[in-house]
Design a protein around this ligand. Structure first.
Ligand code: ATP
Length: 635
């Protein structure tokens, strides 16, 4: 039954009366949004006196909806719960409604007179305007803006006992992802929940943008005091500066349309690289200008997890433990496959130059796989004298050879039982031993040197090498049958000089070195210098350089003078005197391409230009990518 009690209700009743008679409603009697929604509801053929059942969709469909929106809900739930905790929980029902109008989560409504609200907002109920007429969720979805629908503003009489406020939540691409709604019984008092709903929606959007993998995050505001606050807009940029996601406030500040692929330098008066260099060199917000002259304060945003960050794929167990190492996008895909292959008990072969993280990856596979509770045993085949490899691997019985321990010793295979054996630098294993290794792997049993007892083995095998094993096979240095045995799947780690996420990796290592307060930074000149280095020792070498810088800096900013001498001096490739500007440019590009193994991204980064520029110059100068282009160069 309707309860028109206040002046507001009476004006509304009059307005409704005029609406049903098809007469004009005085302008200020009903908000425009409500009037439009009434008209749409009428066009859908709805009858305000009809009984509305609020039946949820069938269970199977609800399951499908929850599954489809699982990730979205993971972002929504924490803010919904937090907001609910600040309300008088007995009076309110909060709900999240997905873009097609179905409730996918709700909370609250303990009071007996809230039963109808709870029914209307239970998961599975469709509240789109074409079914439920004018209501907070339906109207906010249709209008794409926050709305309040109080008492008699609802289209259906049956729900005029309620009031609701609903605020859209935008996806990182700028589409409506759903609405956050708060409802309670209509009592004529102001709702007072719109602001809190908007803050929660902003926080959900922030979280969604921050979760975009393989991106650099910046936050911005027109007031520098708010840049580091939850009120700031957040933007996720690709390595080339394309906006891959942005919160609705960031879109508003930057004047971005939804779905448009825009580069940040098309909006701000700076280049993408220059902006990042400036931001990386400081902790405070820097000011950039939109092309229309509006100034914005911008700051680089560190991800919540300092060293480990998702790179396109995720393993919940390892990530929960903060153990996922940084892999670039290229390697990430193979890592994801390797996790699955390894979990099935198949061997994985890890290729990569020294220091690229082969052992880190092996440990990651072990720790995120089914054998994580067993031991992880590593042996570097190139670091042990040939005559000792056999006893190290297979163990020996007492007195098996001169100098052997009196008690005998279990080999690495035995030690790894129940877990993982990691054979590093397998390419350096002597041919004679390869035959024995193959037998052990095939038969899954081992006999210690000098013994006869057969020991059963139950360990997974991971192998790594910096050598091209296929070529070793062709040259007769590595057994073909062993090669296929250990190569269930092969993963190649990208050399540091060719990693697209070079800057992000530096930042992750700086965070790690900076400790809890994370106060370590590189100034822009030294960062440029690091980009130009060849990194023969890869991440291990980079770690060393940053460690040295961290030890030498007096204020947390690593400068050229804090870098090792060979790095601090620019490694210039001589460009002959007397060259024209054009030929100097040609030579610079050609040399940088060779230095970067043909990787266009790395070359562009080193030379401080866009990739498109490199491609254009290649064409202009008739240059070709080196034939021996490494895999990462296929960008
Ligand atoms: N993805 C990563 N994120 C952070 N640090 C890493 C990563 N990969 C490697 N490192 C660091 O780089 C160093 C070298 O890593 P690792 O020993 O795994 O390399 P490797 O390829 O096995 O080297 P080698 O072939 O010389 O044995 C280690 O200190 C490790 O912590």
């Amino acid at each position: 039954m309707e309860r028109f009690t206040t002046e507001f209700d009476q004006t509304l009743r009059h307005a409704w009366h005029l609406f049903t008679e098809g007469r004009e409603i005085p302008r200020h009697d009903v908000p425009e949004t409500i009037h439009r929604s009434w008209s749409r509801s009428r066009e859908y053929g709805l009858n305000e006196s009809a009984r509305i059942l609020f039946d949820p969709v069938p269970r199977a469909r609800l399951r499908e909806l929850s599954e489809r929106h699982r990730i979205l809900l993971e972002h929504v739930q924490p803010d919904m719960t937090r907001l609910f905790d600040t309300l008088d929980s007995r009076d309110w029902v909060l709900a999240f409604i997905e873009a097609e109008g179905c409730v996918v989560a709700s909370i609250g409504g303990e009071k007996p007179d809230m039963r109808d609200v709870v029914t209307a907002l239970r998961p599975g109920v469709n509240l789109s305007e074409h079914i439920a007429g004018t209501s907070g969720p339906g109207c906010a979805l249709a209008e794409g803006r926050p709305v309040v629908v109080s008492g008699g503003e609802h289209f259906f009489e049956a729900i005029r006992r309620f009031s609701c406020a609903a605020v859209p939540v935008m996806s990182p691409e700028g589409r409506v992802a759903g609405v956050l709604n708060g409802s309670r019984c209509h009592d004529g008092r102001p709702m007072g929940i719109v602001e809190p709903l908007m803050l929660a929606a902003r926080s959900i959007e922030n979280r969604m943008v921050q979760a975009l993998p393989d991106t650099t995050l910046i936050r911005l505001h027109c007031n520098p005091a708010f840049v580091a606050s939850p009120l700031a807009g957040v933007v996720a940029l690709s390595e080339h500066g394309t906006v891959l996601g942005a919160t609705s406030y960031a879109r508003h500040l930057l004047g971005l349309e939804s779905n448009a692929a825009v580069r940040i330098d098309e909006v701000l008066d700076t280049t993408h690289t220059a902006m990042l260099d400036t931001l990386r060199a400081t902790d405070t917000p820097a000011r950039f200008w939109r092309h229309n002259g509006v100034g914005l304060h911008v700051q680089l945003m560190r991800r919540d997890t300092p060293r480990m960050y998702p790179a396109g794929t995720s393993h919940p167990a390892a990530e929960a433990a903060g153990q996922r190492p940084c892999f670039d996008r290229q390697a990430s895909r193979s890592v994801w496959q390797a996790e699955r292959v390894y979990a099935q008990g198949l061997p994985v072969l890890i290729n990569g130059e020294t220091g690229t993280g082969k052992e880190v990856l092996a440990r990651h596979l072990h720790e995120s796989g089914p054998r994580r509770h067993g031991p992880f045993v590593a042996i570097n085949c190139s670091a042990i004298p040939t005559e000792l490899i056999e006893s190290e691997l297979f163990g020996y019985e007492p007195g098996a050879f001169t100098g052997a321990s009196r008690h005998g010793k279990p080999g690495k295979f035995e030690q790894a039982n129940g877990g993982t054996l990691f054979l590093d630098e397998i390419g350096d294993m002597p041919l004679a031993l390869q035959a024995r290794l193959l037998r052990v792997i095939q038969e899954r049993t081992v006999t210690r040197l000098g013994g006869t007892r057969l020991l059963q083995l139950d360990c997974a095998l991971l192998c790594a090498t910096h050598r091209d094993l296929k070529r070793c096979v062709q040259q007769g240095e590595f057994r073909e049958d062993l090669y296929y045995r250990i190569n269930g799947l092969s993963v190649t780690l990208t050399p540091l000089r060719a990693r697209e996420d070079f800057d992000a990796l530096i930042d992750a290592l700086l965070d790690e070195l900076g400790g809890a307060d994370g106060r370590l930074r590189l100034d822009s000149a030294s960062r440029q210098r690091l980009r130009r280095h060849r990194w023969p020792g890869n991440i291990r070498e980079l770690q060393q350089v940053l460690r040295l810088g961290a030890a030498l800096t007096h204020d947390g900013v690593i400068r050229l003078e804090d870098l090792p001498l060979d790095l601090a001096e620019p490694a210039s490739d001589p460009i002959e005197p007397g060259l024209t500007l054009q030929s100097a440019e040609r030579a610079a590009i050609a040399q940088a391409l060779v230095r970067n193994g043909g990787n266009v991204s790395a070359t562009a980064r080193e030379l401080g230009v866009a990739r498109a520029t490199i491609y254009r110059k290649l064409q202009q100068f008739g240059l070709e990518l080196p034939r021996d282009t490494c895999a990462e160069g296929s960008d």
